[in-house]
Design a binder for this molecule. Structure first.
Ligand code: G4P
Length: 527
């Protein structure tokens, strides 16, 4: 196959949702269609059960499982589909944010009864920062949930997305009869037989056809006709260009557990979703079709076996062809490296690859050379954009609990931060180290891993902080004044960027008034 065809046939995406909306179930059904797995239940839910917040074995298991299912690739209709898994637990949201930098599109799963939940909001915000094309799948139609129009409003209001339903439900819960696929003009009937169910698909171009009554009954037929008419009146027509620019969001309805509406979603997805797109670097935009290989590390996974401290760095291929045993330049280290065992991930199977193309992810065995965001190329110096740090939401001072092991502790902290487990800030006034995380669970994970992997002990001390804001200004005088005035709350992140550690939203608003020329940012990447 020609190089261009290889690129054009790739669809690299992530499925995101609030925990429990059905991400794992949907992933599994997609893999079943792709033939990547044969039986349901093969994909382990990689979420940590809510009760297990301090169960370290569970954390370790989670880490192990998510290596195996980090990237699930399969062939479908001549296309190569790469699903990038994201951690189910919201305390690992930062990991998910970074994974989103490596995908070309996303599918958002929403529970029909719960609607838009907090984690969905956060994740979609990140997608919107990058204009990532989004498709929404409303799940669990076999249960009673919110009215479909209300849900559309909720998605528009809470997520700020412009929606275009491509399918529409016929009833819900016990009265769920299926969906009308507006995109393909098909009637998809849901036939439940006790615990089993099947999907019946009928061409149905004209909803006024009296056959509709026969299939779904008079009442449901009337409602469907009225609602689909309203849908076509209210919402814009589907326009692929607008979807690709992140301006229009197609919506599907279904029930993942019943395998209902999943094939339609997949069929539409592979048709409209983007193949690998351009990547931005500080120097220039990179086209996937360029001959020279470039790629960046978006995730680092420590090995589950603490005795072997090797790690896997996940590299997204942005351009050119990646080849095994070829020398590539590690830009930050200024050194050539070659990789004899690059791994690709086909469902839960790992295998060594000889070559990989833009859109693919390769796993590189690493003994400590990589940090999140590192670039590889054939010599050109590049710094990829779009891999920001996000402000943590929980903060604690980290203190050494064993004075004999200070070196081990510092090494452990450095390496865990390179992996992106949490963020480190050093208070400029007193030199104390502050760890910031998205969720409380990471503090347990860090303490546990420092002990078991680095033989170091730490102790946490409370600090009352709300957010970490990166700040910039062209007004040097104001910057200097701010530094002086707020000296107790200014720290440096690991890239030596200045960060204002705020105790409240109100405080930021006040500072913004006092220092109008300073810009405060909740992510580390800004224009
Ligand atoms: P997540 O990865 O987004 O966290 O969600 P997951 O797929 O694990 O699904 C969460 C729960 O919702 C699971 O039930 C799953 O079986 C159920 N579920 C998924 N899709 C549907 C659907 O279409 N209809 C209905 N009614 N339920 C659905 P659980 O009881 O938490 O787990 P399990 O014991 O079934 O594994």
């Amino acid at each position: 196959m020609k190089f261009k065809e290889e690129i054009d046939r790739r669809r690299t995406f992530a499925i995101i949702s609030h925990p429990d909306a059905g991400k794992t179930t949907l992933t599994e059904k997609l893999l079943l269609f792709g033939g990547a797995i044969q039986v349901a239940g093969a994909v382990k839910s990689n979420k940590i059960k809510k009760t297990a917040t301090s169960d370290f074995m569970e954390i370790e298991k989670q880490r192990g499982i998510s290596v195996a299912t980090s990237v699930m690739g399969f062939d479908y209709k001549d296309l190569k589909v790469n699903i990038l898994d994201t951690p189910g637990h919201q305390d690992f949201a930062e990991d998910t944010f970074r994974t989103l930098t490596a995908v070309d599109s996303v599918i958002v799963v929403i529970d029909v009864a719960k609607g838009v939940e907090i984690q969905t909001e956060k994740l979609v915000k990140v997608c919107k920062m990058r204009d990532t094309p989004i498709i929404v799948f409303i799940n669990k139609l076999d249960r009673v949930g919110k009215d479909a129009f209300d849900l559309m409003d909720e998605i528009e209001q809470k997520l700020g997305l412009s929606v275009m339903p491509l399918s529409w439900p016929i009833g819900m819960g016990n009265e769920f009869q299926g969906v009308y696929n507006i995109y393909e003009k098909k009637l998809m009937l849901f036939r439940a037989h006790g615990k089993q169910s099947e999907e019946e698909s009928l061409e149905f171009t004209d909803l006024s056809d009296p056959l509709l009554e026969e299939y779904v009954g008079a009442r449901a037929a009337k409602t469907l006709r009225e609602e689909v008419e309203m849908v076509t009146e209210i919402y814009p027509e589907f326009n692929r260009e607008e979807y690709l620019e992140g301006l229009l969001t197609p919506v599907f309805f279904g029930s993942a557990i019943n395998n209902f509406g999943v094939k339609e979603l997949l069929d539409c997805f592979v048709e409209v979703a983007p193949s690998p797109t351009n990547s931005e670097t500080e120097e220039r935009e990179i086209s996937p079709y360029e001959e020279n290989f470039t790629g960046f590390v978006f995730k680092i996974h420590a090995n589950i076996d603490p005795k072997h401290r090797n790690r896997i760095a996940f590299v997204k291929i942005c351009s050119g062809k990646f080849e095994r045993n070829k020398n590539y330049q590690h830009i930050r280290l200024g050194r050539a490296l070659k990789f004899s065992n690059p791994t690709s991930f086909m469902a839960s199977k790992k295998e060594i690859v000889d070559e990989a193309f833009p859109g693919d992810i390769v796993g590189l065995h690493d003994s400590g050379n990589f940090k999140i965001g590192d670039a590889l190329s054939e010599g050109e110096s590049l710094k990829f954009k779009g891999i920001p740090s996000f402000s943590p939401e929980q903060f604690k001072y980290i203190e050494n609990a064993d004075p004999m092991k200070a070196k081990q502790l510092n090494k452990g902290i450095d390496q865990l931060m390179d992996e992106g487990v949490a963020q480190l800030f050093v208070n400029l006034r007193n030199g104390r180290k502050i760890i910031g995380t998205v969720g409380a669970l990471q503090f347990d994970v860090i303490q546990h891993r420092l002990k078991h992997e680095y033989n170091a002990s730490c102790r946490w001390e409370p600090i009352n902080l709300h957010k970490a804001c990166w700040f910039t200004s062209d007004n040097k005088e104001q910057l200097a004044n701010f530094d002086n005035y707020r000296v107790r709350l200014i720290a440096e992140d690991k890239y030596k960027r200045r960060v204002f550690l705020t105790t409240s939203e109100y405080e930021i608003r006040m500072e913004q008034q006092n220092f109008p020329d300073i810009k405060f940012h909740y992510t580390s990447e800004f224009d």
